[in-house]
Ligand binder design. Structure first.
Ligand code: P6P
Length: 337
């Protein structure tokens, strides 16, 4: 009888390929999986437990927090701070670095996460998710700001968990991308989508069209060409999707290709984009690249961006490689005048 491979079994199999593996990383990923199972349960029961709606508070981003933003953040912190694998954490919901309490040992990894991405959708029962990024820190020391400000190319692991019709974890440790579905009957993530790859071409774009007046010319040009369809220079019709939940749009792109844009927006020069580099663009960008896609700011490979702040925002263009390359080329032509 062939049993489906569990997430733990998969990670241990990968660990065995590494000579210097100590098992710490495997245990950390397992703890993240437990946290996300707890979040899945909390999100699924939001209406039943009366936890939908606003918390009447704002996060560091100045965004109104949902009750479940706070609940899921507490679940992530409470599930990871005691493990002895981390030197510190960063959360979208918390301004400063989250230190490991003195009573717990410190480890060598750093966890950065958006505990509930797309939470504006939670009250209307659309797919939301948890995004996480793992970096190497200095073992045994409280992590400082500079420890976190590493380029996305330094990530040792990135993943996101979708809370949708099914709960899924999409994971990369730098050796491709694999999808695991939570089998509620046994309470385990099992391998269901092996070696996910993003088709290099697409005819489906994802962007919030209501912001069109604020886009720079290269993005205006690209979207105009998509909208012209078969009569225009692209000589084929395009479709559009926009879930307003990055994890949901990213997963669709992983399964059938596509291009996702949350571009530079001229409304506020202090906010070059809406999405955050460290715990949204970098982890999703790492996954998309590992699946054969591409992720850029329009002017730079996302994973090469040198961070200067924990919650800095960046323009995000990701998905099918040939489309990202085209948009990057439009930016170069524009910048050259
Ligand atoms: P808008 C969710 O709030 C999020 O951070 C991403 O998950 C999503 O892609 C984007 O913002 C949606 O933004 O402006 O369309 O609501």
């Amino acid at each position: 009888m062939s049993l489906q491979i569990t997430l733990t079994q998969f990670i241990i199999n990968q660990q065995r390929l590494l000579d210097d593996a100590t098992g710490d990383f495997t245990l950390l990923l397992n703890d993240i999986a437990v946290a996300c199972k707890r979040i899945s349960h909390a999100v699924n029961r939001g209406a039943i437990t009366g936890k939908l709606g606003s918390a009447n508070s704002e996060n560091v981003q100045g965004e109104t927090q949902k009750q479940l933003d706070i609940i899921t953040n507490d679940i992530m912190v409470g599930s990871l701070e005691w493990t002895g694998h981390l030197a510190g954490m960063v959360s979208e919901e918390i301004d400063d670095i989250i230190a490991i309490p003195a009573q717990y040992p410190k480890g060598k990894y750093l966890a950065l996460f958006d505990p509930l991405d797309g939470s504006s959708n939670i009250d209307v029962n659309l797919t939301v998710g948890t995004i996480f990024s793992i970096l190497k820190g200095q073992e045994g020391h409280d992590a400082k700001l500079d420890d976190f400000l590493q380029q996305g190319s330094k990530q040792v692991c990135a993943g996101f968990v979708l809370y949708g019709p099914s709960t899924m974890m999409i994971l990369t440790t730098g050796h491709g991308v694999n999808g695991f579905t939570l089998d509620q009957d046994i309470g385990e993530f099992v391998l269901t989508h092996e070696n996910m790859t993003v088709p290099e071409d697409t005819s489906e774009f994802a962007i919030n069209m209501s912001n069109q007046q604020f886009w720079e010319q290269p993005v205006q040009r690209y979207i105009d060409e998509c909208m012209q369809g078969a009569k225009g220079v692209r000589e084929k019709p395009f479709n559009m999707r926009w879930v307003a939940s990055m994890v949901a749009d990213a997963y669709r792109i992983l399964t059938r290709g596509g291009i996702f844009l949350y571009p530079l927006d001229r409304r506020n020069p202090d906010k070059p984009g809406k999405l955050r580099l460290m715990y949204e663009a970098n982890p999703i960008g790492f996954i998309i690249e590992q699946a054969g896609g591409a992720c850029s700011t329009g002017r730079e490979r996302m994973l090469d961006v040198c961070p200067c702040a924990l919650h800095q925002r960046v323009p995000v263009i990701l998905g099918s490689k040939n489309e990202v390359d085209r948009i990057d080329a439009y930016h170069r032509q524009y910048d050259l005048g």
